[in-house]
Design a protein around this ligand. Sequence first.
Ligand code: IFM
Length: 460
Amino acid sequence: MTPSRSDFPPSFVWGTATASYQIEGATTEDGRGASIWDTFARRPGAIADGSTGDVADDHYHRMAGDVALMADLGVEAYRFSIAWPRIQPLGNGEVNRAGIDFYRRLADELLEKGITPWATLYHWDLPQALEDAGGWLERDTAHRFADYAGLVASELGDVVSNWITLNEPWCSAFLGYASGEHAPGRQEGTHAARAAHHLLLGHALALPNIRSAAPEANVGITLNLYSVHAASDSEADRDAARRIDGLGNRLFLDPVLTGAYPDDVLDDLGEAAWFEQNATPDDLAAISAPIDFLGINYYSRHTVRAGTAETLPPGLASTNPGSEFVQFIETGALRTQMGWEIHPDGLVDVLAMATAKAPGLPLYITENGSAYPDVVSADGTVDDPERLDYLQRHLDACREALAAGVPLAGYFAWSLIDNFEWAWGYSRRFGLVHVDYDTQVRTPKSSALWLRDMLRAEVR
Ligand code: IFM
């Protein structure tokens, strides 16, 4: 069923999302320090097309135009991220005034256009200086993050009321410190789980700092959750699903929402002793302190069956903790250009999963979207029927979840504009708006125009 605005409550938040390193460019301007992505992107072979975020969408210089574009599309909320190295070039100390000024100008511009700012404090661009001191494998990084979060909230709390501490800590921990596909590109095996704890601790320590600097703040965290299915009802396949659900979902959801790490996951990882000593009851109490909402990024589902080390490509077992027990299988469902299976029902599953653990907690889909190899036609338009279908089907899933009583309060499409897709560079386009990287010309795709018309249709 094609969704329409009247299917959603009047208070439902309609937004789009981006992240600093993926769009801003200007990586050496106005006192910005180096981030781990500046370093990692220069590592030979790290980025599929050999690119970097040095220019990206040049949003740092084109910010006002991009906000006007959002206003034209009728978007009412904008989730952006703040580049920590613009605020504290070395990850500690005084704020870099030019960095704060940029985000203040952004927030002012948004507010002037009636668009509500939603700021994410950490979307993966750790100051390189902190990585040089050990990065997220060090507990101290959590303290540095909490200081930074408090500083930013005290500087911008008058213009930003919605705050997300971390984006997808699973990716920061496991892609950054286990598989090494993301910055900082380390392969520390199961120790990546320690990075996960320090990230969550950073979230925990940031919460009171944000709340004391901006008492009215609406604060949450964004997790990437997957719908996980066993390929069969066999005990071995169900165990494979338990492992993946544990590592991808419960390792993050449980401490935040219920105050305990899942024992089975720590056992799978062989990290139980480290957590016993280092993840103290005080840490867990802080990590599970009340949040105002949970952000969920949903893209796809995993269907798995039991595997063996022999079924894995060389090297994968050592870099993906526990993966030798699992095989990801092909179900025949359509996939996006990322190779991610399209499964809108999974969005309903992950919302239900969160609600079961924290009944009544407001939930937001803070990202959902798809990559396709879009092209500009001779007449200058960009037709993206697959993305439009993906968007409509996932909005329909949101409608279904709402009808089932899930407290879903908003939806942010990933992404406003095509951008630097991490290890894929510019070879994957997630935008509702096409970007010509040679000219920086922005062209709303047909999915964006549908969203605009849907949002306009019943506003007045
Ligand atoms: O581009 C990313 C984003 O930065 C985090 N969530 C997933 C998106 C698509 O891979």
